[in-house]
Structure formats: C-alpha cells, structure tokens
Design a protein around this ligand. Structure first.
Ligand code: ZN
Length: 324
C-alpha cells in the first residue's frame, strides 16, 4: 500500500480549478421543490414570523407567485392548504372546492409547474391531529377513508403527485387503490415514508396553524432514535405502491437518507423542514454564519447523502441568487 510521503491527497485540492473538477456532488437545482402555503383566510400575502422570507398566499396571490416561480426556472412546488373553517373530520381537506383543490386547478391551468400536494388532515382538523380522533387516540383505519377522498379530490383537479404525510399504516395502498379505481392511474404517490416526530416542525405549525390541541404526534410519527424502523417504514410504503419515497426531516437524518439510497432503487426525496430553514436564517441574520455558503453546504450535504429530490424553503432563494 502506498503511504505518505508517496501518498499525497492534498495534490487533489491544490487549486480552485482542480477542486472544482473533482467535486463529487453537484446539486442540480431543477431537483428542488419549493413548498407553498395557500391560505383561504387572507388577502394578498402574510409573512410567517418564524420563517423570514416565507409567506402564506391567498389563492390569487399563490397563482401569481407560481407564475413567478416558473419564470425563475423552478420546476415544482409542494402545496399546503390552510382552510377558513376547521372541523373534527377536517372536511375541507377533501372538499372538491377546497383551497388546495382550487389552487391545484388554477396553477395547473396557468403554469407548467409540477404540482405535489401534501395530503393530510392536520391543517384541516379542529384538534390538529392527522386523523380521526376517538377519545385520545388517532384511529388508523377510518382515517384512511378520508385520505382516499383527499387523494381523489386532488387528482380530479389535475395534481401531478399526492404526498401523504400522516404516517398511518396502509395509507399508500388505500390511496393507490382509490386513484386507480377512479381513473387516475398516472397520479404519482410521493410517500412521506420515514417521517420522524421532530421538534424541528414547530415553525411549520405556526405557518399552517396546525399544532395539535392535545398530546403530540408520537403515536404515528417515528421515534427519532430509530434507524431500522425507518427502513421498515420505507419498505412498507414500497410494498404498498409508493412511486417516490421520502425521509423527513433532512439534515439531522442524513444517515437514514444514505441507507435508503443504498438499499432502494426508488427515487428518494428529502424534506429539509421549517426549522432547518429558520435556524440557518436566524444564524445568518445574527451574522453568526454566511447565508449563501451555509445554504450551499447544507443543500450539498443532503444531495451527497443520496437524495434525488430536495424539498427546501431555500429553493426560491437558491434560484434568485444563483447559489448553484
Ligand atoms: Zn398531518
């Protein structure tokens, strides 16, 4: 074996040009997905205070923002809805004239963006949980029927991909069956397969007014101490018919992303969540770090771990400021 002083790895870092041609991971910004909040209760737009630079948009504003994204070169968005009225069953989530359904239809009509739409109940239920409540528990099987209705209502409006995020068992299979039996064989399912119960979601809860009114989501979202179980969750989704698998959050879970990349041949998405954005933004605003450099490093690390698609609140910034 060749050793120092014959072996000199620093040779490969000797100049910016050498470093550039030898860089192994290059982020392709076309693979980034911009999350968008469409809010039925507002006119215009409102900034989310814990996520500087990220807004909730009214339906009209969301459509014009989507056009702006398309002009910038962004390829895809992930929609979340905030309804005017919430109830026990989250009925606005599957209302064909609900806020997300209207937004899907109009953005599809007016742009060529690929539309992913988050599929869950927590933004729509009065209690803020992701399913039907029975006492203090979230019922799995009855919840699946509502997820199926949401999927159909999105597909009717022309969504490209539904993204079930509720972590109920059997959700992917139930949604696939609903889509197939209603003539939507080509609608993609991007499954939030390994979604961990993470405190990093708290800015999102402010954004979507979706904090649970009692308890927490640890009986359905995963324990962040578990690695093997994450692989089982992904296997379950693949067995059930997921087209794209996902790990969420991203930065604290790069080991899970890497393992999923090594094991599965499926397209893999990673969701860099709200607090990942807020932590970087806050540190940059307080002059602790340089924003552009850290966006570059953090996004490259998610890509290096093996993610194909990266859902990131920095997507718009990355395009605007030519970070990649
Ligand atoms: Zn949910």
């Amino acid at each position: 074996m060749k050793m120092f002083p014959d072996l000199r790895l620093r040779r490969l870092r000797i100049s910016p040009e050498i470093r550039e041609i030898l860089q192994e991971t290059n982020v392709r910004k076309e693979k980034m997905i911009m999350p968008m909040f469409v809010d039925e209760r507002i006119k215009g737009k409102e900034e989310i205070s814990s996520m500087p630079g990220i807004f909730r948009y009214s339906e009209d504003e969301a459509v014009s923002k989507a056009k702006e994204y398309e002009d910038l070169g962004i390829k895809s968005v992930l929609l979340f809805g905030i309804p005017k009225v919430k109830d026990e069953l989250g009925s606005q989530a599957y209302d064909e004239s609900g806020i997300v359904q209207r937004a899907i239809k109009r953005i599809k009509e007016e742009t060529n963006l690929i539309i992913f739409a988050d599929l869950c109940l927590c933004e729509y239920t009065s209690h803020g949980h992701c399913g039907i409540i029975n006492g203090q528990t979230v019922e799995n099987d009855s919840t699946l029927e509502l997820y199926a209705k949401i999927a159909r209502s999105y597909a009717i409006k022309g969504v490209d991909a539904v993204a079930p995020s509720g972590m109920m068992d059997g959700q992917v299979a139930r949604i696939r069956k609903e889509l197939d039996t209603n003539g939507f064989k080509d609608t993609i399912i991007m499954a939030y397969s390994a979604k961990f119960a993470s405190p990093l979601y708290s800015p999102f809860r402010e954004a979507a007014y979706s904090a649970p009114s009692f308890g927490d989501r640890r009986s359905y979202q995963m324990n962040y101490g578990n690695f093997r179980e994450a692989i089982r969750e992904i296997e379950e989704d693949i067995e059930e018919g997921a087209d794209i698998i996902m790990v969420k959050p991203a930065l604290f879970y790069l080991d899970i992303i890497r393992e999923a990349r090594n094991r599965f041949k499926y397209p893999l998405a990673a969701y860099s969540v709200s607090a990942e954005y807020s932590m970087i933004m806050n540190a940059a605003q307080n002059k602790i770090i340089d924003l552009d450099s850290v966006i570059k490093e953090s996004t490259t690390s998610i890509s290096r771990a093996g993610a194909d698609l990266i859902i990131s609140y920095f997507t718009e910034y990355i395009y605007r400021n030519r970070i990649f």
